[in-house]
Design a protein around this ligand. Structure first.
Ligand code: ZN
Length: 563
């Protein structure tokens, strides 16, 4: 059986109720860590402060986390923007960002004035009720008094599911909210668990994206944007146009081959389309409306930021600035490194990143940790307090968990979910640096593409020296020990590990020794106390025997730590 739900373009929210009372509202954030927005959530009318809302409802469970979407109805959004215009104040581009901004207000009184609404669609966990399927979850949420979208279908027929989506799509312009598609979920939770998750993508749910909405507008200019990897992507600056309640000012032109193929020119009147959260795209020019003097757009011969020659890599259609010192790439890297989902350095905005790169104080991302107070004070707009706050935030970020740091490096395909998986298997940077593609792929949720990208990144000498620089700065480069502190029974002892151990990997054996206070070195010397010996040992055994160093098996090592 399937459950088909509309995909509302809003902000994912987790609401915790204890004994029927709303105690916490949090954004989903990166899926692990979100923002506490309880005070603001309380001002949303359709979110109950107490459950059940009716006396004939089921009793409130001891604890429940209700997940759903906070959104802004389109009519309310447009009305709000009209009022802003009348007052000569700032208008907002789309309902989703406006809803998100409203929830993040520091002053709940402002949030209360914003017309936000809520639909519940899932249960994070519940204590005191047995829920076995998505449909049961929705029925239960409704009975407790949560608003549940009425446009949800439960069916055992896949054809009926597709049919429902099509009908639903036809009338999406009549819906009071912005929906960019539908989600088809497997109903049974037991089946969902069996199917599992890859990275952050569940195997038991799939999103069906609605076709894009289209509009016509004029290309004011064609410009190039330099990304974190140096890739230059063309985009069109447009005469602002409203598509499905959203004001669009820029649209992507994909790449320069595509741009040439479609022959889009400055001054053209073009059709643009927008599909949900995806950046709007230019579809094609309307040739009848082309000005007589227009010229075909050319890929830039030089980087629009650093002025160095651009190049194409291999057969790739993409155009790159390969100047490693190109400030645009570095600014993007810095921006990503300090961002909320990465090292989360408060007060380090993109403007500061641009300024520090332009002044030459940041030449690679590790330079963030070597900024000098005196240098910063010379910069425009940097008063003492601002400098001290910034340096304080940078210092504090050294304690961010290792998986955050790994995310912040911006390695291709390695976002926060993958970083968490990788770190749980390779809890220190040196282990991770040495990990082979096979070892990484053995982690559930890590595929060949991710493994290859990690190995390639760590094999670069420039990246190794970058890591050394972070190490010198004192950034946390290993996962904090979880679980109880181990007795330091191996303190003062030095071990060497050789051969294949029966159950542990070499990394696990090393972690075990270090957790008990011991030290592990790579080669046997007079200072070695024990050789930890597995199958097929190398020359280390011969060396150890010649020095009379005792050997231990995996079990004996554990016994030694017990003593
Ligand atoms: Zn450049």
């Amino acid at each position: 059986a399937f459950v088909i739900e509309p995909k509302i373009d809003g902000l994912a929210m987790a609401l915790t109720y204890e004994n029927g009372l709303l105690v916490r509202g949090a954004t989903r954030g990166n899926g692990v860590e979100g923002e506490n927005v309880t005070a603001n959530v309380r001002t949303v009318n359709s979110i109950p402060l107490r459950i059940p809302t009716r006396s004939d409802g089921p009793p409130a469970p001891a604890r429940i986390e209700v997940r759903g979407e906070v959104y802004m109805p389109i009519a309310d959004f447009n009305r709000f923007n009209q009022q802003q215009l009348d007052k000569g104040e700032k208008i907002y581009a789309n309902p989703r960002n406006f809803a998100a901004g409203s929830l993040r207000q520091l002053d709940s009184r402002i949030t209360a004035q914003r017309p936000l609404a809520f639909f519940a669609y899932a249960i994070g966990y519940v204590e005191g009720a047995e829920i076995g399927s998505q449909q049961q979850a929705l029925d239960y949420l409704k009975a407790l008094g949560f608003p549940v979208n009425p446009d949800i279908l439960h069916t055992t027929s896949f054809a009926a599911a597709i049919d429902f989506i099509h009908k639903w799509m036809e009338r999406r312009n009549d819906l009071p909210y912005d929906a960019d598609g539908a989600v088809v979920k497997i109903d049974s939770f037991a089946l969902q668990r069996e199917l599992g998750v890859v990275g952050n993508a569940p195997r038991w749910a799939i999103a069906y994206k609605f076709p894009a909405r289209e509009a016509t507008t004029k290309v004011l200019a064609i410009k190039g944007n330099v990304g974190r990897t140096g890739q230059i992507t063309p985009y069109a600056e447009l005469e602002p146009v409203n598509i499905g309640g959203v004001i669009v000012r820029n649209a992507s032109l994909h790449n320069y081959d595509d741009l040439a193929k479609k022959d889009i020119r400055e001054g053209d009147t073009v059709i643009i389309k927008r599909a949900g959260d995806v950046i709007p795209q230019v579809v094609k020019p309307i040739l009848d409306l082309r000005p007589a003097d227009s010229q075909p757009a050319q890929p830039p011969a030089v980087c629009p930021v650093c002025g160095q020659p651009t190049t194409r890599l291999g057969d790739d259609v993409a155009l790159f600035c390969i100047n490693a010192a190109c400030p645009a790439q570095l600014v993007r890297q810095v921006e990503y490194f300090v961002s909320r989902g990465a090292m989360d350095i408060e007060g380090f905005g993109i403007k500061i990143g641009e300024q520090l790169v332009a002044e030459g104080f940041i030449k690679d991302i590790a330079d963030i940790y070597f900024l000098q107070r005196d240098d910063l004070l010379k910069l425009e707009g940097f008063a003492e307090k601002k400098v001290d706050n910034l340096l304080g935030a940078i210092e504090a970020s050294k304690q961010q968990p290792f998986d955050r740091f790994l995310t912040a490096l911006g390695i291709r395909y390695v976002g926060n979910v993958v970083a968490g998986l990788v770190v749980s298997h390779f809890p220190a940077i040196d282990q991770l640096s040495r990990a082979t593609q096979e070892e990484l792929q053995a982690i559930e949720g890590v595929g060949p593409r991710i493994a290859e990208s990690l190995v390639a990144w760590f094999s670069g000498p420039a990246n190794q020296s970058l890591i050394d620089k972070f190490r010198r700065a004192g950034v946390t480069l290993q996962a904090r020990r979880t679980g109880p502190e181990q007795p330091q029974t191996l303190a003062g002892l030095t071990f060497v590990i050789t051969g294949t151990l029966p159950t542990w990997s070499r990394e696990q054996a090393q972690a075990f020794i270090e957790q008990h206070g011991g030290k592990v070195t790579g080669s046997v010397s007079k200072k070695t106390n024990y050789l930890v010996l597995g199958e097929n040992p190398g020359s280390k055994l011969t060396k150890a025997q010649s020095l009379g160093i005792p050997t231990l098996g995996e079990q004996e090592l554990q016994n030694l730590a017990q003593a």
